[in-house]
Design a protein around this ligand. Structure first.
Ligand SMILES: O=C(O)CCC(=O)C(=O)O
Ligand SMILES: [Fe+2]
Length: 394
């Protein structure tokens, strides 16, 4: 009888077809909140401040560098320029020079620059909006829980103490799919990302855990980011999604609605800054947690600080998944917006791994260990760590 079997039925069960979904463009803030763990806020800054900040950063960006690192056996260079800033007065006890060096993939750097004045002004507005949004959301147990709540005042849940800025000049400049390194941010960070200048697409795509790969596929979400818009990547975005700014064949131009501040340069530079521009400036405001300060980063056998990454493909599922297993569907529950769409793994596993290879001719030591927040003395957290996180249990 075996001889009569049709060719591909040799005991194998055919793989079920998993539904594939075309990319979805999310323009309205409510659509972003429904399908992703992010929120979109248009016209976030007073228009004059947004334009002054754009001009200031575009002017400074002339000195920014492309990051370089080793990938296997060759050096690769980021297809955009980047820079790192620290905020005055909020970083006691944290070795920000080492943290800044990290932003440049381990390259030696001068002491990082401080927030320029318009960035500080913008940051204060953005902090208010981020805190308001965070207060509406259910928190993850491993989020930072260290801010004292003062009687009669709204609790402060997030403060930006650093910012990384990127400049994309023209549609060909981009950043590839990645999730942000958690080395200094810790688990479930909130990152507030401001866009200035020309419109670009911000793309998000879920990383499907290994054991769900046969059951469902990821959907690509494109979020057009306009001048003066803020996208907040809320807790779980870095654990569940990757993001990128893809190259585009065509982009609009940005015509700055205000003239540049007169003190930004000589008449030639001021004339250049006044022109229509194909540049996008991005500023990501970040909170580098005191319990993940540079002095506490484990070192690998190369004696280089490790990198902290979530285990995106094998995400833990110790706790019941909340709402939106269905974020691939147009009609995903709208209640997900407040709780955070894409949220399904309450407790993730994180790895410290050797990062020396990025700079050391591609030669690392292969070191890795699972983060153990109790043994490493991290916290305080939003949740009760003893009952929620035992890395050896899986
Ligand atoms: O330019 C953007 O919007 C994204 C930048 C980004 O992903 C990063 O700096 O990590
Ligand atoms: Fe990023």
């Amino acid at each position: 009888m075996a001889l009569l079997r049709p060719p591909n039925s040799a005991g194998e069960t055919p793989k079920p077809q998993i539904p594939q979904y075309p990319p979805l463009t999310l323009v309205a803030p409510e659509h972003v909140a429904r399908h992703t763990p992010c929120t979109l806020h248009n016209s976030i800054l007073p228009p004059e401040l947004a334009c002054r900040l754009f001009h200031t950063m575009l002017h400074l960006s002339r000195d920014w560098k492309r990051n370089k690192w080793w990938l296997f056996d060759r050096v690769v260079e980021s297809p955009h320029r980047t820079s790192f800033y620290i905020r005055r007065d909020v970083n006691e006890g944290n070795d920000m020079r080492e943290a800044a060096q990290y932003w440049y993939n381990g390259r030696q750097t001068d002491a990082p620059a401080q927030f320029p004045e318009p960035m500080e002004e913008a940051c204060r507005i953005i902090e208010r909006v981020v805190n308001e949004e965070m207060r509406k959301r259910e928190r993850f147990p491993l989020e930072w829980g260290g801010y004292p709540v003062k009687d009669g005042e709204e609790p402060v849940l997030w403060r930006a103490n650093v910012a990384a800025s990127n400049c994309y000049e023209g549609g060909k400049e981009s950043v590839g799919f990645h999730s942000d390194q958690l080395t200094y941010l810790g688990p479930y960070p909130t990152i507030a990302s401001l866009s200035l200048g020309v419109n670009r697409i911000f793309r998000l795509r879920e990383v499907i855990p290994t054991d769900e790969k046969e059951k469902r596929s990821a959907r690509t979400f494109n979020v057009p980011l306009r001048h003066n818009s803020l996208i907040i990547m809320h807790a779980s975005t870095q654990e569940v999604f990757k993001h990128c700014v893809p190259a585009q064949n065509t982009i609009d131009v940005f015509r700055p609605p205000y003239p540049p501040p007169q003190d930004l340069g000589d008449p030639e530079e001021l004339a250049k800054l006044s022109e229509a521009s194909n540049a996008r400036i991005n500023i990501t405001f970040r909170f580098y947690r005191p319990d993940f300060r540079a002095q506490t980063t484990p070192r690998c056998r190369c004696d280089v600080p490790c990198i902290l990454r979530p285990d995106m493909k094998n995400r833990y599922e110790d706790l019941p998944p909340s709402n939106s297993r269905d974020n691939n569907t147009e009609g995903a529950s709208s209640s997900s917006s407040a709780k955070g769409a894409g949220r399904r793994s309450m407790v993730a596993k994180y790895w410290w791994t050797c990062y020396a290879g990025a700079q050391n001719d591609g030669q690392g030591c292969g070191f890795w260990k699972v983060m153990d927040v109790t043994a490493e003395g991290r916290g305080p957290f939003v949740g009760d760590i003893a009952s929620m996180y035992t890395p050896s249990s899986k």
